[in-house]
Design a binder for this molecule. Structure first.
Ligand code: NAD
Length: 497
């Protein structure tokens, strides 16, 4: 494989094993170590500290003390300074982080210039600014409720100890979309990253200790091979808020467990977003963009559009145009700067995607392109970009999240029908509309029940944009001021006047 990725500028200071960050100290895991694997080569990259229940207990205790017993929660200026230090440390070490991200997450290097790494690092600045500019206290003025002269204020305060539980597909984006606002808001955090991407998170822990003034216990990073650590974190009564990103099935388990102690839960879950091509759109251009979107990072993005809705009269033409565009997308080494479609994260994920490819045929579908592994690529968890034709929106392939480069193309009978099909999904995360008449395209966009929508290729990803889902795609919003406010409580002080 070519290796045109930047050279690492930093290495793990002591060995090829990453460590936990607990109470300001880097330490080994009580359960030993577990391997982290390069999904493009299937080679073991190195090892990560494997936290046991006692490590996690110590991390939660440290976060609790840092919240309850230090000035962190009441010092926005200091928090802003620490967040900017972290942003600058990450920026100084971006070459090292890029190497890890490409090797461990299989993220195309090209994407690390944007949402896989550099974008989320820069976004920390947005939350640092918010810590300083946010109106923490609102004066509601005087009133005489029940005849009692009273002066009222609304205070916004941090929620407390935040459990941040994250998946592997965009590890930095999701870790920083939780750390940034949670810390800016004055919380302390225990971050439990996915077992597939421990180094992406552990590298941040190293930089926090070496290059920032973040006080001990404010950020704890607990890598583990065992999902039980996530469950332990959710159940612990010392945790005030759970911020979870992952599958809808796990999100359901998180919500049920958090109910026992009535914790606030914030959930970013799965999607099956529609890409709607209206009958006045440039069909070929729109289909090419849809093909490109589903191949990006091998389709491992919750908000990627995976149902392509095209006018029924032009279904065959659209399928041919989409297949032609897919055939021009190279599947390959994520370190190659030209790659957009790298590997799936693991053999398990490839099994899952291949299961859906079999299901597509069982349900009566056909492959207009792809449908299996990539010929000639023996190593790595690669699958071909795949276009499934001949299925309806009621098929499982059209309803369930596959999390691979698999697009199902469906016919619609006009704008109302396109809206109906787009909304006929258990999910409501994102989507796209393409049409020449902007008023029509806007009208369709306004009727689709999802958290974000792109019209004619507009980009909704940005630090100031709230992101999240309707229906089974989640509860709450991440990023933007709305994402920051998820990490706040509201307190009213009413003073006799
Ligand atoms: P997952 O649900 O299997 O795991 C996510 C995290 O939850 C991991 O850290 C895992 O260890 C932990 N976990 C597992 N069981 C747990 C439990 N019972 N209690 C607490 N934590 C537990 O998801 P994944 O396979 O890592 O990621 C892929 C999924 O994430 C997809 O469904 C994708 O759509 C979703 N996702 C959503 C968004 C979004 O913003 N909506 C973003 C990225 C990924």
């Amino acid at each position: 494989m070519s290796s045109s990725v930047e050279r690492a500028t930093t290495h793990w200071p002591t060995s090829s094993s990453s460590r936990l960050l607990v109470d300001g100290e880097l330490r080994a895991g009580g359960a030993g170590e577990f391997p982290t694997v390069n999904p493009a080569t299937e080679e073991i990259l190195g090892f990560a500290a494997d936290a046991d229940a006692r490590d996690l207990d110590a991390a939660i205790g440290a976060a609790r003390r840092a919240f309850d017993e230090t000035g962190w929660a009441r010092d926005p200026a200091f928090r802003a300074r620490c967040l900017l230090q972290l942003r600058d440390a990450l920026t100084r070490n971006v070459g090292w982080l890029r190497t890890i991200t490409v090797a461990e997450a299989g993220a195309p290097s090209l994407l690390t210039r944007g949402p896989q790494l550099e974008g989320p690092i820069a976004d920390l600045g947005f939350f640092a600014d918010l810590a300083e500019s946010y109106p923490w206290i609102t004066d509601l003025g005087r009133a005489e409720p029940m005849g009692v002269p009273t002066r009222r204020w609304v205070h916004r305060e941090p929620a407390g100890v935040v459990a941040a539980i994250t998946p592997w597909n965009f590890p930095h984006q999701i870790n920083f979309a939780k750390l940034g606002p949670a810390l800016a808001a004055g919380n302390t955090v225990v971050l439990k990253p996915a077992p597939d991407t421990p180094w992406c998170a552990a590298a941040v822990g190293e930089l926090i200790v070496r290059e920032t003034d973040l006080p001990p216990g404010v950020v704890n990073i607990v890598t583990s091979s065992d999902d039980a650590r996530g469950a332990q974190l959710v159940a612990d009564p010392r945790v005030d808020l759970v911020s979870f990103t992952g599958s809808t099935a796990t999100g359901r388990a998180v919500m049920a467990s958090a109910a026992a102690s009535l914790k606030k839960v914030f959930l970013e879950l799965g999607g099956k977003s529609a890409y709607v091509v209206l009958d006045d759109a440039d069909l070929r251009a729109a289909c090419a963009m849809a093909a490109f979107a589903v191949c990006t990072h091998a389709g491992q993005g919750c908000a990627i559009t995976t149902r392509l809705l095209v006018p029924r009269a032009r279904y065959d033409e659209a399928a041919a145009a989409t297949a032609a565009a897919m055939s021009g997308i190279r599947v390959g080494d994520p370190a190659d700067p030209g790659t957009i479609c790298g590997p799936l994260i693991s053999a398990r994920q490839r099994d899952r995607v291949e299961g859906y490819l079999r299901l597509a045929l069982e349900e009566g579908g056909r492959f207009a392109y792809g449908g299996g592994r990539v010929p000639g690529m023996e190593r790595g968890f690669f699958v071909q970009p795949t276009l499934v034709t001949g299925l309806g929106n009621e098929s499982r392939v059209a309803r369930e999240e596959i999390f691979g480069p698999v697009l199902v193309i469906l016919p619609h009978d006009g704008d109302d029908d396109a809206v109906r099909i787009a909304n006929d999904s258990p999910y409501g995360l994102s989507g796209a509309v393409h049409g020449t008449d902007l008023e029509r395209a806007r009208s369709v966009a306004s009727r689709i029940r999802t958290g974000t929508l792109s019209v004619n290729g507009g980009v909704w990803y940005s630090a100031d944009i709230p992101f999240g889902g309707y229906k089974q795609s989640g509860i709450g919003r991440e990023m933007g001021v709305a994402g920051f406010e998820e990490y706040l409580e509201t307190k009213v002080i009413a003073e006799s006047a």
